[in-house]
Design a protein around this ligand. Structure first.
Ligand code: ADP
Ligand code: MG
Length: 910
């Protein structure tokens, strides 16, 4: 079969296990699970035809190269075999200096050429070929990383190193890399990756570390534990070591310490057993348990509550992955190293596990019906790693020395055979029923508690309702009994009464019965009587009906006549009004005629006198002219009347006219006072009238007369006379103020008030009379008249106040008066302020002047401020249409320190 370079041996048939029937004692077979089509569908290649050959002819792309991914995705279950060449060590460098290495590697083709002799080589293909230069990192990534990843996904995985002692198994797997981190071996790197990927809150990582020597399994984490038994789950075939110490790993540092501890124990054990570590197998087992989140197993229930329930009842899904790292004992035959002085039996025992492993692999590779898994503890432990459900990577280590060609060859062959073994990966997923049970226990307890609470509440409620019901029933019973008693009493009473009535009736009946006999006689008479009465009643009713009819017709008539009477009344009223008008006119004429009569009587006297004196009796003007003057239609009544008055005054004589003021006839009196008033309107007559006692008479008339016309006319005359200072004093001394006040109090006509107010206003202008006037109530009288809102009256009142204020101001200036204004004392200020801006200009003017006068004296300033007069003054000084008043107001304001201070205080710029 030798061939030149490039002639590969055997390799055309790979994985010849396909389609074979598995033996009963064989571990899980590649094809036992039809759910893995990737494996099932693989083309079969002459199954069993070359089973005898462990070699394989490599062909490019046949093992992961080419079409499929580098991770052999097409053959996921096959044992992955990587070969690693150790560099020459110091000794070899010297000893083998003249010799070439026994192997030549072609990593780019994943091939290894084994030099059989100087002219012949065999070529083998592996999943990866790692040269002496391969870094530890690369070795990890190529050999172990895929396995670690699948462990994290919930599969079992195995990484093992097989090779002659001294070829670097321990270097590859177990270097801690303490001096140089780049040296870290597979174990350290695997744990790093695992810890980086798990979540320690929900996941757990725990480790056992064991040594297998002469079929005895020792716990490297607890040296006293030196015969640990292997337990197989008959159902799942899972292997477990219940006696082994399991240490939970939470960080890399504690893991490294654990490894060191294990190593120390291994060293001690080997010393004790007088052996070398190369004779024993070291096994590190890493258990990774992960909770799977976000997956919803077939528990899905649509309904709301049921979903919640289902969620809470759903056990956590746990994925369990187990990584087994095996540093196998040296593969060299034991007899070679007899130096250790073992007996043959011992040597057999030492090698038992390894050779059993080889046998199993051979059986698997050759698809043998029998795989002797149970022959050794190692094969029992690793039954899952070869031909089981684990993902397995095998690194075979070889040395370069040609002196060990034999061992190297057998190692390579082991690797080649192992490559033919396929595994059936199986996800290790299970539900965490324990924690679910715990959770359910808690829930159950809570439900029991809740139930108890509800039960209690329910019982309480029942009790409450029962009590309520009982009290309601007893109440109802009570009220029923009461009602019954009441009813009973009522009926009893009624019964007694009716009995009594019946008895009475009976008595009466008895009586009537005896009377009836007598009555029988008189009944006939009674009937006759009644008939008579009835007929009388009937006729009365008829008469009443008749009466009613009559009355109704009368009412209708009355209504008609009432309507006509109404119109009659209207007519009469009209007539009456006409009459009144005519009467008024006639009265005017009468007064005129009376004047004429006066004149005529005067003329008659005169004529008589003249005749007595022998003068002609004709009076100038004559009757005709007088008559014509008296006529109302005379046009020049103004001058004409005045002239006639003058005339009258001249002709009749003042005394005569004044005497008529006391005439018997009221009309004459009225007329006379009118004449006097007319005369008094003329200044030239005034003195004469006063001298003749006219003023006194006029004042007396105010007191004696009840006639308002007389009052009005007299007051007008007095007002005229009161323009003179002497007359003013006279009026005052004759009690004029009280007379005028009285007149005002009784007046109904505003014109009367106007005259009275005018008279007082005139008096107010007298400096000497100030106190007296005020003392007799003159100011009060004036203010009393403002009740009548007639502007003529108000104008006179305002004039009076202005006059008074002017006099006071004058008196104060002259030092004749101290103390505040009597006007203010008598309460005139509010009215003054109120009317300071009256729309009638006569009123406004007088008040504006009054305010200026009042303000000219500091004694009044406070009152003026509080009374609001200050504002009016300011307004007057700014807005008054008359310039002189504006100026006066301004001057007044600026000359008053108090008013100025107040304006400043109010921040009014003045
Ligand atoms: P084994 O465990 O197979 O008996 P070791 O791992 O103990 O072999 O290696 C034997 C010696 O070779 C050790 O000194 C080790 O450091 C060294 N060695 C092994 N492999 C390598 C390597 N790839 N590079 C450098 N030195 C190595
Ligand atoms: Mg070793």
């Amino acid at each position: 079969m030798a061939s030149g370079g490039g002639n590969y041996r055997n390799g055309t048939h790979r994985n010849s296990l396909k389609g074979t029937t598995t033996a009963t004692d064989r571990p899980l077979s590649v094809n036992s699970n039809p759910s893995k089509p990737a494996l099932k569908n693989k083309p079969l290649s002459s199954a069993g035809a070359s089973a005898s050959s462990g070699l394989r002819k490599s062909s490019p792309g046949s093992l992961g190269a080419g079409g499929t991914s580098k991770d052999d995705a097409g053959v996921p279950g096959r044992v992955r075999v990587v070969v690693r060449l150790r560099p020459r060590n110091a000794e070899e460098s010297v000893a083998d200096a003249d010799f070439a290495d026994c192997v030549e590697l072609q990593p780019e083709f994943k091939r290894l050429k084994l030099r059989k002799n100087n002219w012949d080589t065999d070529t083998y293909e592996f999943d990866e070929v790692l040269t002496e230069f391969a870094s530890q990192k690369r070795v990890y990534e190529v050999v172990a990383k895929p396995v670690v990843e699948s462990v994290l996904d919930g599969y079992n995985g195995t990484v093992m190193a097989y090779g002659q002692t001294g070829t670097g198994k321990t270097y590859t797997l177990g270097r801690l890399g303490e001096e140089d981190t780049a040296d870290r071996g597979i174990i350290v790197r695997a744990m790093e990756d695992i810890l980086a990927d798990v979540t320690l809150e929900t996941d757990s990582v725990s480790v056992s570390y064991l040594q297998l020597y002469m079929e005895s399994l020792q716990d490297l984490l607890d040296p006293t534990n030196d015969n640990i038994s292997i337990v197989e789950d008959p159902k799942s075939g899972d292997i477990s070591l219940p006696g082994a110490t399991l240490v939970e790993i939470r960080d890399q540092q504690s893991f490294l310490e654990l490894l060191r501890l294990g190593e120390a124990h291994r060293y001690a054990a080997n010393t004790r057993l007088n052996t070398e570590s190369s004779r024993s197998h070291a096994l590190l087992m890493v258990h990774v348990k992960r909770s799977v989140k976000g997956r919803d197993p077939a528990h899905s229930i649509q309904n709301g509550n049921a979903t919640n329930m289902a969620k809470s009842l759903r056990p956590t899904l746990v994925r369990k992955g187990k990584l087994v790292v095996v540093d196998l004992a040296g593969s060299e035959r034991i007899d070679k190293s007899g130096s250790e002085g073992h007996t043959l039996e011992e040597a057999k025992s030492i090698n038992l596990s390894l050779s059993a492993l080889g046998k199993c692999i051979n059986a698997l590779a050759e698809n043998s019906a029998h795989v002797p898994v149970r022959d050794s503890k190692l094969t029992r432990l690793l039954r899952d790693s070869f031909g089981g459900t684990a993902r397995t990577s095998l690194v075979i280590t070889i040395g370069p020395s040609p002196r060990h060609r034999g061992e190297t060859t057998s190692t390579i062959m082991f690797g080649q055979r192992a490559m033919k073994v396929e595994n059936m990966l199986k996800l290790k997923e299970e539900f965490d029923y324990k924690s679910l049970a715990r959770k359910l226990d808690i829930q159950l307890d809570q439900l029991i508690m809740e139930h108890e609470r509800k039960q209690k509440a329910f019982e309480d409620e029942i009790e409450r309702i029962t009590t309520d019901a009982e009290s309601q029933i007893s109440e109802a019973e009570q009220s029923y009994a009461n009602a019954m008693e009441k009813e009973r009493l009522k009926y009893q009473k009624e019964y007694m009464e009716s009995i009594k009535k019946l008895e009475e009736k009976w008595m009466m009946n008895q009586q009537k019965h005896s009377e009836r006999k007598d009555q029988m006689v008189s009944t006939a008479e009674e009937v006759a009587e009644l008939k008579k009465l009835l007929s009388k009643e009937t006729s009365l009713r008829k008469a009443a009906e008749e009466e009613v009819k009559n009355l109704k017709s009368q009412i209708a008539q009355l209504k008609m006549s009432e309507a006509s009477a109404n119109s009659e009344v209207l007519k009469l009223r009209k007539v009456l009004e006409d009459e009144a008008y005519r009467k008024e006119k006639l009265e005017g004429e009468i007064s005129m005629l009376q004047t004429q009569l006066l004149q005529l009587s005067f003329e008659a006297d005169e004529t008589r006198r003249r005749l007595d004196r022998g003068l002609p009796g004709k009076v100038p003007g004559g009757l005709d002219s007088l008559i014509s003057q008296a006529r109302p239609q005379v046009n020049d009544s103004g001058n004409g009347e005045k002239a006639s008055m003058e005339n009258l005054f001249e002709q009749v004589g003042l005394q005569k006219i004044l005497s008529l003021l006391e005439a018997e006839d009221a009309d004459v009196r009225v007329h006379a006072v009118k004449v006097v008033a007319n005369l008094a309107a003329e200044e030239s007559n005034q003195q004469k009238i006063v001298e003749a006692g006219g003023l006194t008479s006029l004042l007396a008339l105010l007191g004696t007369s009840k006639d308002e016309t007389i009052h009005r006319v007299a007051a007008g005359a007095i007002a005229n006379l009161a323009m003179n200072e002497t007359n003013q004093e006279l009026i005052m001394s004759e009690g004029g103020i009280s007379l005028l006040s009285m007149t005002a109090a009784n007046a109904e006509d505003p014109q009367t008030l106007r005259m009275v107010a005018g008279a007082i206003a005139n008096l107010c202008g007298n400096d000497k009379l100030q106190n007296k006037l005020r003392g007799e109530g003159g100011i009060k009288a004036l203010l009393g008249m403002v009740k009548c809102r007639h502007p003529d009256v108000l104008a006179q009142v305002a004039r009076g106040i202005a006059n008074f204020a002017k006099c006071e101001s004058r008196a104060s200036t002259q030092g004749n008066k101290t103390g505040r204004s009597l006007l203010i004392e008598d309460g005139a200020l509010p009215w003054i302020v109120q009317n300071a801006n009256n729309e009638a200009s006569p009123i406004r003017r007088h008040i504006e002047l009054a305010l200026c006068h009042l303000a000219q004296h500091e004694v009044n300033a406070r009152d003026m401020i509080t009374g609001g007069a200050l504002w009016e003054l300011v307004r007057i000084s700014r807005d008054c249409s008359r310039e002189d008043i504006r100026t006066l107001a301004h001057r007044t304001l600026t000359s008053s320190p108090t008013l100025l201070a107040e304006l400043r205080r109010l921040r009014i710029d003045y």
